[in-house]
Design a protein around this ligand. Structure first.
Ligand code: NAD
Length: 363
């Protein structure tokens, strides 16, 4: 079990139990020094209090590094939304909104995360009876939905900067992306539009590998018609094999803890850009650092979503939001890489100190 609790937080943990449906929900407000805790709600069968605590801490660091006046928080509802009807999913998210009412806006602002979308955010704010209780809402509610792809865009920018640092041309760079959801698809779209070659993509049913590069449109079609990208043209591998491919960049963009004891020594990528939250525990990031792999940590690379949340909170339009994501992610990655070129510490340690600096300015 990861140690929870230090001088930063968590400040408050709310555990809610749905007596009717036998479902637990967790909201962890890690740190509010910079403002109300901001973090999405995930609905997965495996989410635990510990996972939500780790994710909430990543949000504290992310908002501080991106210099956004939000604190860090996160929520998880332990259930399997794939086995629910739309009506049941709506009831669960609205139950959770009512349970969190005492802390909404003042201490916590929700957003989408794994298995929650603009639709759930609409249901959430309806139950909370306040539009400011969540970001990532549909545009008819003056939202900037995460379906615009702000996170994937930011991850793609972090990837572009990391490639530049390693002296690899983005045109022709070979990239593998784990997960073909919100983050993975937009990452794919932006990187391929800049000339990168996406050679592998995975989802829960497997990995598809194609030396010549995969096509976005083909993958979307195959995913829609067969339910999995692994049925696209190419070599079919298992979901786990994506982490061991000899590519320039590996982008984990789905699950937590995907690189660990079992596969860390088999990673051949030159760069890992963490699109997902907490895809690699610190000790394994350290091992990768020793192996010469450049790892851009989650709270640096995937801050695009929360930067978009801030843009939505401030009433910005889509164009201004994308410009802000580019400016902030380029700024954070450049600061990190410039420090990295001077010292031997891991990128996470360096980024952590940069983020901490942003917290001490907010007593
Ligand atoms: P999503 O629900 O849209 O997509 C998740 C994807 O993961 C799906 O394509 C699913 O098929 C795939 N997946 C599930 N099991 C898998 C497996 N075993 N192997 C490979 N793929 C598998 O979720 P998302 O919004 O894209 O989020 C992905 C990650 O990025 C999460 O860690 C999330 O916390 C993080 N993140 C998301 C955002 C955002 O704005 N969406 C922001 C910051 C961080």
């Amino acid at each position: 079990m990861h140690k929870i609790g230090d001088t930063l937080g968590p400040e408050l943990i709310i555990k809610a139990y749905n007596t009717e449906k036998d479902i637990w929900g967790y909201c962890v407000i890690d740190n509010t020094q910079r403002g109300p805790g901001k973090g999405g709600i995930r609905m997965t069968p495996s989410v635990s209090e510990e996972e939500v605590c780790r994710l909430a801490r990543a949000m504290t660091l992310k908002n501080s590094l991106a210099d956004i006046p939000f604190g860090g928080a996160k929520s998880g509802i332990c259930c399997d939304p794939k086995r629910m009807t739309p009506k049941e999913k709506k009831e669960v998210i609205q139950w959770f909104a009512r349970a969190l009412k005492p802390v909404l806006i003042s201490k916590y602002i929700a957003g989408p995360d794994v298995n929650t979308t603009e639709k759930e955010m609409q249901h959430f704010v309806e139950a909370a009876r306040n539009r400011k209780a969540a970001t990532g809402k549909p545009s008819k509610l003056k939202g900037l939905p995460h379906e615009l792809g702000s996170t994937g865009y930011g991850v793609a920018i972090a990837c572009r900067e990391a490639l530049g640092y390693k002296g690899i041309d983005i045109k022709g760079a070979r990239i593998a992306i784990e997960g073909f959801g919100n983050v993975g698809t937009f990452c794919f779209k932006f990187l391929s539009s800049w000339g990168a070659v996406i050679v592998a993509v995975s989802d829960s049913r497997g990995t598809i590998f194609n030396e010549k590069g995969l096509k976005y449109g083909d993958l979307m079609k195959v995913k829609r018609s067969t339910g999995s990208v692994s049925n696209a043209t190419g070599e079919k591998l298992t979901s786990n094999e994506i982490f061991e491919l000899g590519v320039d960049v590996l982008i984990p963009a789905a699950l937590p803890d995907v690189i660990g004891e079992a596969n860390v020594d088999r990673v051949k990528a030159k760069i890992i850009v963490e699109g997902a939250n907490i895809p690699i525990r610190e000790e394994y990031e350290f091992r990768l650092h020793k192996q010469g792999v450049l790892v851009i940590p989650d709270f640096v690379a995937n801050a695009g979503g929360v930067i978009s949340s801030y843009a939505e909170h401030k009433g910005m339009n889509e164009k201004k939001m994308f410009a802000l994501v580019e400016e902030k992610i380029t700024g954070s990655v450049t600061r990190l890489l410039s420090e990295l070129s001077k010292e031997k510490r891991t990128p996470r340690d360096i980024a952590y100190d940069l983020a901490l600096g942003g917290l001490t300015q907010f007593p």
